[in-house]
Design a protein around this ligand. Sequence first.
Ligand SMILES: *Cc1c(COP(=O)(O)O)cnc(C)c1O
Length: 353
Amino acid sequence: MSRPALATFDLAALRANYAHARAVHGGRALAVLKANAYGHGAVECARALAGDADAFAVAFTEEALALREAGIQQPILVLEGAFGMDDMRLAQAHGLWLVVHQQEQLRMLESLRAGARVNAWLKIDTGMHRAGLEPGEAQACWQRLKACEQVAGITLMTHLASADEPDNPVTARQLAAFEAATAGLPGPRSVANSAGVLAWQGAHRDWARPGIMLYGADPRGTPSDMLQPVMQLTSEVFNLRTIGAGEALGYGGSFVAERPTRVGLVAMGYADGYPRRAHTGTPVAVGGHLTRIIGRVAMDMLTVDLTDLPEVGVGAPVELWGRQVSVNSVAAAAGTIAYELLCNVKRVRRVYR
Ligand SMILES: *Cc1c(COP(=O)(O)O)cnc(C)c1O
């Protein structure tokens, strides 16, 4: 038998989540597959969605090329755009769509002479102040793109900074800024990430850009009946012991038993991507029952409280996250977000269903 640490991916859930995103938003939807599809395997996810998705999105051209090499033929939008002329030529050669979010990228497009025409997504900064052209530059940049021989079509886009906070007035201000900056310009528009799809009707345009919701996590951190988790991270209990009241457990002795405590040792650690910051109290399911992590998460192992689960023994299945334990609940306990946990999974065996 090999080490039981395992990530199982439910591709039917991925397809259902994509369909949900598209139905809620209307219009078309890019399936965002950057960062190896948030840890779920970009090629496997692209293949699973190939019959459904209007297009895919990744962060940079190498991620797009990996999909092309695997035979994926849908349009692929490169969200960070081109870093240099090689990226521009790769986009031409492989039919990639490019985000244009700074002047340098516009100049590179203008300097392209021969080769296929590329689709440009002009990104306007409406308040996030990370990437994007100034609202005041939008009209002039659009005209320059329009004049480019090598530009096939132009989509107008912006990115929301706080759409996961339903009461934050920033989103409405961003939407108004986007309307003002792009007033009168023809062509499709795209605003909504997952939070925009789920929480902001006013952000729905021609194209949605759902990422995290495809993988079954609501970006607001709340449980969702409509989304199904795609990744299930599991392992097994492979040793048991009982420590007495007053005895310490694991590195630093951070957990001290208040009563005789039955401890299960689980083959899963931070080298597998389970967060080290998930301290005592983080939810975990063992043998189908909810319990908690106790002590510090180590590189290869972690410990769970089985005091109230006397029927659970060696070999019992452990779900770190999945259907019983939401990845959002683990992220909250670890002081981070589901995105980071999902992207970080490594070293475990991977199985697709
Ligand atoms: C990553 C990304 C998305 C997807 O965001 P989610 O919150 O995962 O839905 C959408 N648009 C852009 C520009 C992105 O970089």
